[in-house]
Design a protein around this ligand. Structure first.
Ligand SMILES: [Zn+2]
Length: 317
């Protein structure tokens, strides 16, 4: 989904492939790996794709139009999306602190990152129609899921939250019928329901999980967005904003272009070896928790339909 975040997800997928034997087959669990949904962003070290679209704002559910922008985003547009190449001396942090002071961090996060559909060169643009990558998912997800009734989908992301720690963000609220299942499976401390106080996340339009859960409404499609923290939110947002400027207005291979790409890579895949080791280990732990739960749930059921397969889907964003 988010190009430059794909290094982390791919590392988990590779580690998992090394560890997977055929032990699962007797319990009818199939793994689906969704790799590099946003190849352009992955190769160009950017969050957004070839159409400048944030793919995780492009999966609008039915009856939602590709239009609209939060009013705070409109007001802050000039700060968010300057129409010039970045310079080395911009007082970004000061400007960002001033805006947080005026508006508060959570409303600002919500206004900025929730998705917008009116500024095609701006950050967090959700597109005007489904993108090529989105269509690939539309066209293939039925065959990937097959006849399965139970699906656990783990969508791996980086860049939100404390360094090397993680949260599993749900699209359900704490009072939903599904919430207890998630905390039993993954533990209360790391599961964050929608609309929780002190959110790591923000409410977002057009996310992958919402679309999949609607599409597979007749199945048990459980979806978590696993967010692994890197640096503080101002630094991470600053990297996204500067990269977007350099992408639209900068000169490829100039010094500022290269330093901007280095910084965004660092923000979404820190070079710190202990971070890398910890997050891959945690990523595998989450997957094995999910696998354990699928096995337990499978054993509980009577084998009325022996060909039914359960799915553990891991997407590297
Ligand atoms: Zn992401």
């Amino acid at each position: 989904m988010h190009g430059v975040e794909g290094f982390y997800g791919s590392a988990v997928q590779l580690k998992l492939l090394e560890q997977l034997g055929d032990a699962n087959t007797e319990l009818n669990i199939r793994y689906v790996f969704i790799h590099a949904v946003n190849p352009f962003g992955f190769s160009r070290l950017r969050r957004f794709n070839e159409d400048n679209v944030d793919l995780n704002r492009n999966f609008l559910t039915t009856e939602v139009e590709f239009e609209g922008t939060p009013s705070d985003y409109v007001r802050l547009n000039r700060f968010l999306n300057p129409e010039s190449s970045p310079s080395c001396f911009e007082l970004f942090k000061l400007k960002a602190m001033w805006n947080i002071f005026r508006h508060g961090l959570q409303p600002l996060k919500q206004a900025l990152a929730g998705g917008q559909y009116d500024y095609p060169q701006g950050v967090f643009f959700g597109g005007h129609a489904p993108c090529q990558s989105t269509k690939v998912i539309y066209e293939n997800c039925d065959s990937w899921i097959g006849e399965s009734n139970q699906i656990i989908h783990i969508d791996l992301h980086t860049g939100l939250g404390p360094f090397a720690k993680y949260k599993l963000l749900l699209t359900e609220t704490a009072d939903s019928a599904e919430y207890p299942w998630y905390i039993e499976t993954f533990g209360k401390n790391c599961v964050e329901p929608m609309n929780a106080p002190h959110l790591t996340s923000y409410q977002v339009n057009g996310i992958f999980g919402d679309w999949l859960r609607e599409h597979f409404a007749s199945r048990q499609y459980r979806f978590v967005t696993a967010e692994f923290g890197t640096y503080d939110i101002i630094r991470v947002f600053g990297a996204i904003r500067t990269e977007n400027r350099v992408h639209h207005y900068g000169v490829e291979d100039s010094a500022i272009y290269k330093s901007t790409k280095t910084e965004i890579l660092e923000c979404f895949c820190p070079s710190d070896k202990s971070w890398r080791k910890q997050v891959v280990r945690s990523g595998l732990d989450i997957i094995f928790q999910a696998e354990k739960r699928l096995k337990a749930d499978t054993l509980k059921e009577s084998p009325q339909n022996p060909i039914k397969t359960n799915i553990l889907s891991v997407s590297a964003c």
